[in-house]
Design a protein around this ligand. Structure first.
Ligand code: GLY
Length: 370
């Protein structure tokens, strides 16, 4: 294993300790966000979409450290989500199975893990609304979320494993519909599109976690950067690469040089300046995109930006060494309008932070600046 430069290596050590503490203190629980720095385990909070990120974090720490304890924990926490492969109530099966069972399969080619990934992907296709050409959100058949771009790769993966053109077509159509309706002309994104499910006609935009229906919720933008990059990786359709690049350029253009966006770029004078989980997702997505783009200049800019984000997240303002604070990254925001998980740690922010560190470790090229 290569050794990462100090701030990144130190972050992995802190993350490992915090994860060991989490699983010892709240055994078999999979919290989503903290409250005053303590993991909130009494409730799922809105929808239960986060149960795969702890298992996923344990896989990543195993990959980064090769400490066998984390392999056992990763398998155990992956098993805890297995039953959700037939969950037809949410659009979030990618969030549950890509960090856990897909990683397990990638690593071992285990035939049972392969089957779990396939079944979860097949279940997700049942959310397809043929009239509109999209996978609908948990809100119902009228609703398309930008977040689903991070879940549709599970269908691409199942399609690939099975050689199933029907699954491939569903995933492809979903990406095209999202591109058409939720990505605006300036490559900002809308959080939700509302459709007439009978005719498939687009009716209007809406937001759940952003500032306004016509504004740009930062995490949605980062789900889209990452999701369209993967759509290109699976399909090799240039429209998805161009979309991911446009979305990434919007992020770069609108985010301060430290790399951390607010919850919504359009909200004037936000009370909380940072949404660190969006930054962690962006860093991971930009590492992926830097390996896909055909343009060497873009590749360098995306990789440098990913390192800049990681560098900022590894600073004392974000990475907490304080044992009393149970999460890894401070200053994440779950749901600002409902004031749930605001300026706290989030399990997905911690997961994508670790994933970005893992990409940094894979890439092995550290910009001189950092
Ligand atoms: N439900 C996905 C998110 O909050 O980003």
């Amino acid at each position: 294993m290569k050794t990462l430069p100090f701030p990144y290596q130190h972050a992995i050590e802190i993350a490992s300790q915090k994860l060991l503490y989490l699983i010892a203190t709240y055994p078999d629980l999979t919290p989503s966000f903290t409250q005053a720095g303590k993991w909130r385990v009494q409730e799922t909070g809105w929808t239960n979409w986060c149960e795969g990120f702890l298992g996923g974090s344990l896989w990543l720490v195993y990959l980064l450290t090769r400490d066998e304890r984390f392999l056992q924990y990763a398998e155990h926490y992956s098993r805890l989500v297995e039953l959700r492969k037939s969950d037809r109530n949410v659009h979030d099966l990618g969030f549950l199975f890509l960090p856990t069972w897909k990683r397990w399969h990638d690593l071992t080619e285990d035939v049972y893990a392969r089957q779990v990934v396939i079944e979860a992907g097949q279940t997700l296709t049942e959310r397809f609304v043929p009239q509109g050409g999209y996978l609908c959100s948990f809100q119902g058949s009228h609703s398309l979320y930008i977040d689903i771009m991070m879940n549709v790769p599970l269908i691409f993966e199942a399609a690939l494993l099975l050689g199933d053109d029907n699954l491939l077509n569903i995933a492809h159509q979903h990406c095209l519909t999202t591109r058409r309706y939720l990505v605006r002309g300036d490559f900002s994104t809308a959080h939700e599109g509302i459709f007439d499910p009978q005719t498939g006609k687009f009716l209007h935009y809406q937001t759940q976690q952003g500032w306004r229906d016509d504004s740009t919720w930062a995490r949605g933008q980062t789900w889209a950067i990452y999701g369209f990059a993967l759509a290109y990786q699976y399909t090799h359709k240039s429209v998805f690469l161009q979309t991911a690049e446009g979305l990434a350029d919007f992020y770069l253009l609108h985010t301060p040089s430290h790399g951390i966006p607010p919850n919504d770029w359009d909200e004037p004078n936000p009370a909380f300046p940072y949404e660190s989980s969006a930054a962690a997702i962006a860093a991971s997505g930009l590492f992926i995109l830097s390996g896909l783009t055909q343009d060497p200049l873009r590749a360098k800019v995306y990789q440098d930006t990913a390192y800049q984000i990681l560098f900022t997240l590894c600073s004392a303002d974000f990475l907490t060494e304080d044992d009393a604070w149970e999460g890894i990254l401070r200053h994440g925001i779950y749901h600002l309008p409902a004031f749930v998980g605001v300026d706290e740690s989030t399990i997905w922010g911690d997961y994508f932070f670790l994933e970005a560190l893992w990409w940094a470790n894979q890439s092995g090229s550290f910009s001189e600046k950092h």
